[in-house]
Design a protein around this ligand. Structure first.
Ligand SMILES: [Ca+2]
Ligand SMILES: [Ca+2]
Ligand SMILES: [Ca+2]
Length: 137
């Protein structure tokens, strides 16, 4: 999968409203992009691999951690509204001024389990992807 497609996916997933995302990106295509081990499904690790990319993109000053503003900018919709509470809850390690990558991934593992994988089978299905995109609006 090329870099340009990744960028399109990222934009569709993270910045577009549901209507735009549905026009530009088939959920099955999104899952295929995230599916690194080729089993046709997106598990937690594959989801977190995607979030590592997002962490790097969101770390604007490239100091290896997300300051509150950087973290907030990485979120959409309701998650963004709750950014301060999330930041405080997951900011538990020694660096208290910013989220380390481990803390950031801890947050997204929580999101995957609580909000993405709604049928709790351990994978994000195309349907669950669609719901996630819809909820970002
Ligand atoms: Ca997979
Ligand atoms: Ca930073
Ligand atoms: Ca699932």
């Amino acid at each position: 999968m090329n870099v340009r497609f990744g960028a399109v996916l990222m934009l569709a997933a993270l910045t577009a409203g549901p209507a735009v995302a549905q026009q530009t990106l088939d959920p099955a295509v999104a899952i295929r992009f995230l599916d690194k081990d080729g089993d046709g499904k997106c598990n937690l690790n594959e989801y977190l691999t995607f979030q590592v990319t997002k962490f790097t993109q969101s770390d604007v000053d490239a100091d290896g951690a997300l300051q509150y503003g950087e973290f907030k900018d990485s979120l959409q919709g309701r998650a963004r509204t709750n950014a301060q509470r999330t930041f405080d809850a997951f900011n538990t390690e020694e660096n208290r001024k910013a989220l380390t990558q481990r803390e950031f991934l801890g947050y997204h593992a929580y999101v995957f389990k609580e909000y993405v994988d709604t049928d709790r089978d351990g994978f994000m299905s195309p349907e669950e992807w669609s719901k996630l995109i819809g909820s970002l609006n």
